[in-house]
Design a protein around this ligand. Sequence first.
Ligand code: KG4
Ligand code: ZN
Length: 341
Amino acid sequence: MLVLGIDTSCDETAAALLLDGRDILSSVVASQAIHAEFGGVVPEHASRAHIRLIAPIVEKAIEDAGKEASDLEAVAVTSRPGLVGCLLVGASYAKALAYSLGIPLVGVDHIEAHVFAARLERPEMRLPAICLVASGGHTELILVKDWGRYTTLGRTRDDASGEAFDKVGKLLGLDYPAGPAIEKLARGGNPKAFDFPRAMMQRGNFDFSFSGLKTAVRYAVEDRGGRPEGQEFTDFLASFQEAVVDALVTKTMWAAAEAGVPTVALGGGVAANTHLRERLTEAAERAGLDVVIPARSLCTDNGAVVAAVGQALLDRGITSGLDLDVSASREDARAGREGTA
Ligand code: KG4
Ligand code: ZN
């Protein structure tokens, strides 16, 4: 089955063609450069950029796959959570396309899509698994009992981990999104040079908090009258990155031990971070667990993971009607879904 996956939940306009739930025939992602000017995503700008980009991006995804629109057999689209104006663009386009082609439409949860990066990376991965979804909007530890059956064991109480990278980057004069820049600038730095706090580090607590870390960084900069320079700046960034990664890896491994799962996995934009990928791999290997680290292009927002969830829902007989609603949160907007689960 050939499924088109569309994601417009935040500042990336993404579309991909997925064959039979596992072969990515094409994946096109347009990152909206406009947000760098403002140091973060301005929702109205993002919606308008999606309106401009959605048709050309979907057309390019179809063309890159060597297919025609008439070859599509279903359309999957992120319907929650995300910026409502942004989600609306993708959902409206997906509805019109599915209707005009006479094919099923299916609304997809963005967090579940991030979890499915691991399944696309390694379809035969052993379940149950603990999946850490770390992105610009979310940081969640999810017990994947089976595909489609999840329990959230913990989540951030304030900033998401990607948000921590972006806000600290802004404080230090780096462009949005700052995650990739901090990773690059931290290379070769001493991660123990600065003693930044890790919050809520009691075993059995699977929630995260990154706002204290952000404040500690701000005070450190203020105390010295500006950001450090040279090697000290490299050490500063390496220490900050270490504080985020340490909390993420420690809690992922605690959750895996407590749940007694054979596998840990990563998803979300922060999962593109090399230090996080290496630290989780080492920790999992030490604990004798399988570890699934998806390709970076599957971790950051993309249409392929949306199509993969869509395929899994279609396999269970679940589709959405033209009344599919969008929502900023995860719980609402189930309206418009037909089927058995
Ligand atoms: O999943 P994603 O593409 O979009 C959301 O759903 O939010 O995640 C984007 C987030 C941004 O906060 C960005 O700074 C962060 O992921 N990010 C990184 C890296 N690449 C992207 N953070 C740390 N290191 C990276 N290499
Ligand atoms: Zn995302």
